[in-house]
Design a protein around this ligand. Structure first.
Ligand SMILES: Nc1ncnc2c1ncn2[C@@H]1O[C@H](COP(=O)(O)OP(=O)(O)O)[C@@H](O)[C@H]1O
Ligand SMILES: [Mg+2]
Length: 225
């Protein structure tokens, strides 16, 4: 059986308390296996980003539990085996595109030469060569988002979580971005989980999870032994 990268049992996340509380994720059970490519689809507000933050170990469930059997303990996930490309702005303002992309490799203890070389490869792959010396404030939304994806991949994660990666790209750029993403994932043998509300993108994946009002469908595969 393939290695289990992430397993969740009865995972819930409630924000706030009392009358104003919001249940963003409810009783979700799921697993992601080695080298799997999973799409999470659902309308805006259905809980996709909250789920990704839980999968990255950036946030903790208020119910149930998540484990990363083949990747290690929560504290050691980042920078390291798990990387996330956020839906919104996440670049460090004083660093150039190239420096932002090289950062995870440096933080993981890599030397500057190889880190910059790895970053340059990702910058080219995600069509950022023309802006590699620019600061985040000088970028378009689509360029910022591609920089976040290049940065997440530069550290060679075993699991990449990408939150609405094509949300700010035009159609043709979005398709090339997905091609590049799949190619890099296939090259490194990493697993990929992408949150999207675009069902055309979801059709490119091995498995599709669907979210509605915090409830997750399709996370657990029934096995025939
Ligand atoms: N930090 C937070 N505090 C309070 N409510 C939140 C927070 N983050 C998300 N929510 C709420 O949780 C629900 C799910 O949000 P989100 O996970 O961002 O959905 P999606 O990514 O599918 O659009 C929404 O109702 C949202 O308003
Ligand atoms: Mg979201």
């Amino acid at each position: 059986m393939a290695e289990q990268f992430v397993v969740g049992r009865g995972v819930g996340r409630t924000f706030g308390s009392g009358e104003s509380s919001v249940i963003a994720v409810r009783a979700a059970s799921f697993e992601i296996l080695a080298a799997e490519r999973v799409a999470v689809v659902g309308p805006s507000g259905s809980g996709k980003s909250t789920l990704l933050h839980l999968l990255a170990g950036l946030d903790e469930p208020t119910e149930g539990e998540i484990e990363w059997p083949a990747l290690g303990a929560r504290a050691g996930l980042r920078p390291g085996p798990v990387a996330i490309a956020f839906q919104g702005p996440s670049l460090l303002p004083p660093l150039s595109v190239l420096e932002n992309v090289a950062l995870p490799v440096l933080l993981a203890g890599g030397d500057e030469g190889p880190a910059t070389e790895a970053a340059r490869g990702m910058v080219e792959r995600f069509e950022l060569s023309d802006v590699s010396a620019k600061l985040p404030e000088e970028l378009s939304g689509g360029q910022s988002q591609r920089t976040g994806i290049a940065r997440a991949l530069a550290g060679r994660p075993r699991l990449l979580l990408a939150d609405e990666p094509t949300g700010q790209q035009d159609g043709a750029t979005g398709r090339r971005l997905m091609d590049a993403l799949f190619e890099e994932i296939a090259r490194s043998g990493a697993a990929l989980l992408v949150a999207t509300h675009d069902t055309r993108i979801a059709s490119l994946f091995d498995r599709v999870w669907s979210m509605r009002d915090g409830a997750l469908d399709g996370g657990v595969v029934a096995r025939t032994r």
